[in-house]
Write a protein that binds this ligand. Structure first.
Ligand code: FES
Length: 116
């Protein structure tokens, strides 16, 4: 198969993420394989490193299984709660800190790293 750049850099098809949902994917960021959290919001997608600013743990309790409460993303380790619009921690042990964002874009029906 002749893969073009679009195919090679795709993380996941947009339709594979439920609207409003969260998924975990692996992406190559600056040459390193990283676990990433993707959040679909209509036709746009936000992404963050799957690393909690509190103690550096993954936020999911099993790969791709995230806790949510009242519209917030909750870290499975110690309960830090993050706003999905901003990635900011609004409750818990790292209140005021933020998830580290990763630039992504939706192109041709797929989610891509903006700066692979
Ligand atoms: S590592 Fe996420 S709340 Fe402690």
């Amino acid at each position: 198969m002749n893969q073009d750049t679009t195919t090679r850099t795709a993380l996941i098809a947009l339709d594979a993420i439920e609207d409003g949902g969260l998924v975990e994917v692996e992406g190559s960021v600056e040459g390193d394989a990283e676990s990433l959290i993707l959040h679909r919001d209509g036709e746009r997608v936000r992404a963050w490193f799957n690393v909690c600013p509190h103690a550096g743990r993954r936020l999911d309790w099993a790969p791709g299984k995230f806790l949510r409460s009242g519209g917030l993303l909750v870290c499975a380790a110690h309960g830090a709660s993050f706003e999905l619009a901003s990635g900011e921690c609004v409750a818990g042990p790292c209140r005021g800190e933020s998830l580290r964002a990763v630039a992504v874009e939706v192109r041709d029906g797929s989610v891509h790293l903006a700066n692979p």
